[in-house]
Design a protein around this ligand. Structure first.
Ligand SMILES: [Mn+2]
Length: 389
């Protein structure tokens, strides 16, 4: 809001996933209403196209509520058997069409097969397409940023069909800024998430600052006669991130303390790698480190793996998150098998849990898969019951 006002602009576009889920709690709803009321009082219009996280099957999420009371304008859509029909939201001389993010990424299918009905392009309007979709726009190889980003390159025909009508494509869904430059001319771009939603995004913020020498942002888009001119309004959004590797347990608290002491921003985030420490010691220092973070009002994310080459090259964050969960599970299992006197290794029990937690892959018959899983479980149980280590 403030960044828009500082540029003298009156329209804010949110390209989806304003919220983590379509049904948020009352606290956040009230806070959002308050913020949007202020925006309205300042003369700001907020246009929102729902993202995959904002949508419910029947479209009754909190975004619909905000639209109903006039605090935002959501772009409308109807899915028919053959097509996605869009109804625009019009503000001043701009007509906004919006492609929402569906579960299972149907939106990209609609774009590629050109089964989107936009309706009206007449009159003296600039047409803008807001799209919550994972598109490869050629500016950067997103698979190198994180494997969580799956993007698809549209065929030339599909691209042509869009750019024929639209002066600009405001994209959402990808949390990394693409392109990440400060000034550029383009008819398509991802601003990226201003803050983000999880440890992986916080780590991306760190990488963005250290390796790309830039920051999180919103985009200021000037629709001129030709290709729009874009300026990145960079901002820390009050978030400070640091990364540290601890290789000696006795240094852990001291290092964390000194790192946190130097942080000046309101939201302090520290990502800690502990892969060089044995698992037993790791679970001990974790408690002390978390205690220290609480004292500083900071958020810490401890990853029990080593800082790898990948990290230097842009670390693949999901893997790190998962090893962390496994580490916590192992800790719990170790305690339980001691308590119950089970004679097996914690790794075997973890293996069992992982097999039981497998999801049905697509295109496989449930029954066949069940049989396969039962077979695997019997094998592991057999191993455990025979008391082998
Ligand atoms: Mn999304």
């Amino acid at each position: 809001m403030n960044l828009a006002l500082s540029e003298g602009e009156k329209i804010i576009v949110i390209a989806g996933d304003l919220f983590e889920s379509p049904r948020i709690g009352h606290e956040l709803t009230i806070e959002t209403v308050r913020t949007l009321k202020k925006a309205k009082a300042e003369g700001l219009e907020v246009i929102v196209t729902p993202g995959s996280h904002d949508l419910t099957v029947k479209g009754h999420g909190v975004l619909a509520l905000l639209n109903e009371v006039g605090l935002v304008k959501t772009t409308d859509f109807v899915e028919t058997e053959f097509a996605l029909k869009l109804k625009p939201a019009i503000v001043e001389n701009i007509r906004f069409y919006g492609i929402p993010g569906f579960k299972g990424e149907r939106e990209i299918e609609y774009l590629e097969s050109r089964r989107i009905e936009y309706g009206d392009f007449s009159g003296n309007y600039d047409n803008v397409l807001i799209a919550h979709v994972g598109l490869d726009i050629g500016a950067i190889d997103l698979s190198k940023i994180s494997p969580k980003y799956s993007v698809i390159k549209l065929s030339r025909e599909a691209q042509k069909a869009i750019h024929k009508h639209f002066k600009y494509l405001a994209l959402g869904h990808i949390h990394f800024p693409v392109p990440y430059h400060e000034f550029f001319e383009a008819n398509i771009a991802y601003p990226g998430a201003p803050v983000g939603r999880d440890a992986s995004d916080i780590f991306e913020t760190y990488k963005l600052r250290k390796m790309f020498n830039t920051d999180r942002r919103v985009l200021h888009v000037k629709l001129g006669k030709d290709i729009p001119r874009i300026k990145a309004l960079k901002n820390s959004f009050n978030i400070e991130v640091d990364v540290v590797e601890i290789s000696n347990p006795s240094e852990a608290v001291g290092i964390v303390k000194s790192k946190l002491k130097d942080m000046a921003e309101k939201y302090k985030c520290l990502i800690i790698f502990t892969g060089k420490i044995s698992f037993e010691k790791y679970s001990k220092i974790r408690k002390y480190v978390e205690e220290e973070a609480r004292k500083h009002g900071a958020w810490v994310h401890i990853i029990h793996s080593e800082v790898s080459d990948e990290y230097v090259q842009l670390l693949e964050e999901f893997k790190a998150d998962l090893t962390n969960i496994e580490a916590l599970e192992l800790e719990a299992i170790t305690r339980l098998i001691k308590k119950f006197g089970v004679k097996t290794s914690p790794q075997k029990i973890l293996e069992l849990i992982n097999v039981l937690g497998k999801e049905y892959p697509e295109g496989i018959k449930k029954r066949d898969y069940d049989e396969e899983i039962v077979g695997e479980i019997i094998k592991i149980l057999d191993y455990i019951l025979k008391g082998e280590k």
